[in-house]
Design a protein around this ligand. Structure first.
Ligand SMILES: Cc1cc2nc3c(=O)[nH]c(=O)nc-3n(C[C@H](O)[C@H](O)[C@H](O)COP(=O)(O)OP(=O)(O)OC[C@H]3O[C@@H](n4cnc5c(N)ncnc54)[C@H](O)[C@@H]3O)c2cc1C
Length: 490
């Protein structure tokens, strides 16, 4: 039976949920506070430069393809996908760097050059990572993870140990390799999971499979092409999308949600998926009688970091930089401590530089670069806009050493974005950039629940619930929430 469904949030989880629910035959309305699709994957254009505002790494392409296939498409119907080679460049101290190649044999040779005997170890490590990746996608990631009971079948328990759900990624990497450069290449993907290698389950070495085996891809036109593709699929499936509609109240009676208020309108519904930031929606928008968690619960969660970002148009080419560049020329542990142990504006930060103009001529004027910089920053700090330029100066100095000249005066477009912006644009809890950290204590059924404990027709999706942060998990989350809501309606 066609029911009236409201989905809140036009990020990847919301667009995915809405599309599947419409495909099930429901009458779906999607309400989004901002004026464009993509959520954190919005775009900003200025003076001929195009910037992806959030995600820039396209990993796990099969998750995107599965979504497209369910609606009769492939990614090529929307954008040209290219595999980057090298996937990225890592800058170390002392002017050294490593390019991480797409080709496996070249990758083994790179590791062997850095640490003798490491090629064979890498092969073993990656075989193990592949096993985890495939098992996790088949057995874990697609679960709603309501409770530990979800994991109470013998097969899953045995697999949990072989997947190393209960030991850390850092231990795993360090049991294979001693060289700090190799360790930082293998430990860096956890930055996406918003945690430290010591606190991230070894299960997540599956991210090394995603990185080093499946590869880093780029949709020509930019990551926002994906947001546009998802929006188009939702519209074609029959979803009505309403932008500039900030939801201010979600309520109902008994065990059912049936009313949604925005700043300007009022909607009735038979079912709802909330994909805006879980904390905000549950603590500030949902009628208190439908809330499961409280202030203390949320305050004890470990959030992923916030970020200090810069979007800059540079009117000359910057040699020696690649599409993706990781500046690991400072201590990873030192920066991580200033994010998690003793939160403060970092003293010697690592940072990431993205120049998609190296791959894509359409995102910057000819002979120019669209430079995106990201520094992870503890969630919950007070934003200090007066510090932004001090950090920028530091990053420019470090880049200029590699580029070979000063390019400050070539910066013709400049915008910084940080904690206050995450809060005002997304209602992000403590200004987090990518949701809840995937720590040992916040994995699977230990995350905020997708299924509401108080209303039968309410589900949460997105990066603060299962399976976790990142675009592919957001897509998976949206699909699971739609399936579960659909089941609950019959
Ligand atoms: C700087 C940055 C870099 C990243 N890099 C990568 C990367 O390289 N690769 C990767 O895979 N992932 C990356 N991520 C993470 C990834 O972008 C997110 O995990 C994912 O996009 C989250 O999708 P979502 O649907 O859960 O949430 P969101 O994208 O946040 O969508 C939620 C939507 O809900 C809306 N909303 C909130 N409150 C309301 C309300 N009251 N009413 C109506 N609408 C509301 C918001 O405006 C937003 O559009 C990055 C994130 C950031 C911020």
């Amino acid at each position: 039976m066609a029911e009236k469904i409201i989905v809140i949030g036009a990020g990847f989880s919301g667009l995915t949920s809405a599309s599947y629910l419409a495909k099930q035959g429901h009458q779906v309305t999607l309400l989004e506070k901002n004026d464009q699709p993509g959520g954190r994957a919005r775009t900003w254009e200025k003076d001929g430069y195009t910037f992806d505002m959030g995600p820039s790494w396209y990993w796990m392409p099969e998750v995107f393809e599965e979504f497209y296939a369910d609606f009769g498409y492939t990614s090529s119907d929307f954008y040209k996908l290219v595999r980057l080679d090298p996937g990225y460049r890592v800058f170390f101290k002392d002017n050294e760097y490593a390019d991480v190649p797409a080709n496996k044999e070249e990758l083994y040779q790179l590791f062997e050059r850095i640490e003798e005997g490491s090629a064979i170890k890498l092969k073993k490590f990656l075989d193990n990572a592949e096993y985890k990746y495939k098992t996790a996608l088949a057995d874990y990631v697609n679960r709603i993870s309501d409770s530990i009971l979800d994991f109470f079948d013998l097969k899953v328990i045995i697999k949990s140990f072989s997947l190393q759900l209960f030991s850390s990624l850092q231990k795993e990497v360090r049991s294979y390799f001693t060289n700090p450069k190799i360790r930082s290449i293998l430990e860096f993907p956890v930055l996406f999971l918003g945690s430290t290698p010591a606190n991230t389950p070894a299960l997540y070495s599956m991210m090394n499979h995603a990185d080093l085996t499946l590869g880093t891809w780029y949709p020509m036109g930019g990551m926002h092409e994906i947001s546009k593709a998802f929006e188009k699929i939702a519209l074609n499936a029959g979803v009505e999308i309403k932008y500039n509609q900030e939801v201010t109240l979600i309520t109902g009676s008994g065990k059912s949600i049936n009313q949604v208020e925005t700043k300007t309108d009022s909607f009735t519904c038979d079912g709802i998926v909330i994909s805006g930031d879980y904390h905000h929606m549950e603590q500030k928008v949902l009628d208190p009688k439908f809330r499961k968690y409280d202030y203390d619960y949320w305050n004890k969660r470990t959030m992923s970091p916030s970020s200090l970002l810069f979007y800059m148009g540079v009117n000359r080419e910057l040699p020696n930089l690649k599409h993706h560049n990781l500046f690991f020329d400072e201590s990873f542990e030192g920066h991580a401590d200033e994010i998690y142990k003793d939160p403060q504006w970092p003293s010697k930060p690592l940072f990431y530089a993205c120049l998609s103009s190296k791959t894509d001529p359409n995102v910057a004027p000819k002979g120019s670069e669209n430079l995106f910089l990201l520094m992870p920053l503890a969630a919950g700090l007070t934003d200090q806009p007066e510090l932004h330029d001090t950090y920028l100066k530091n990053f420019l100095n470090r880049m200029e050493e590699r580029v070979g000249f000063n390019f400050e005066e070539n910066i013709e477009v400049k915008r910084s974005y940080s904690i206050n912006d995450f809060k005002s644009d997304y209602h992000s809890f403590k200004g987090n950039a990518y949701g809840l950290a995937n720590t040992l204590r916040q994995t699977a059924f230990l995350k905020p629940k997708m299924r509401s404990a108080k209303a039968n027709n309410l589900f949460f999706a997105g990066q603060l619930t299962v399976p976790g942060p990142g675009v592919p998990p957001a897509i998976i989350s949206g699909r699971i929430a739609a399936e579960e809501l659909n089941k609950s309606l019959f």
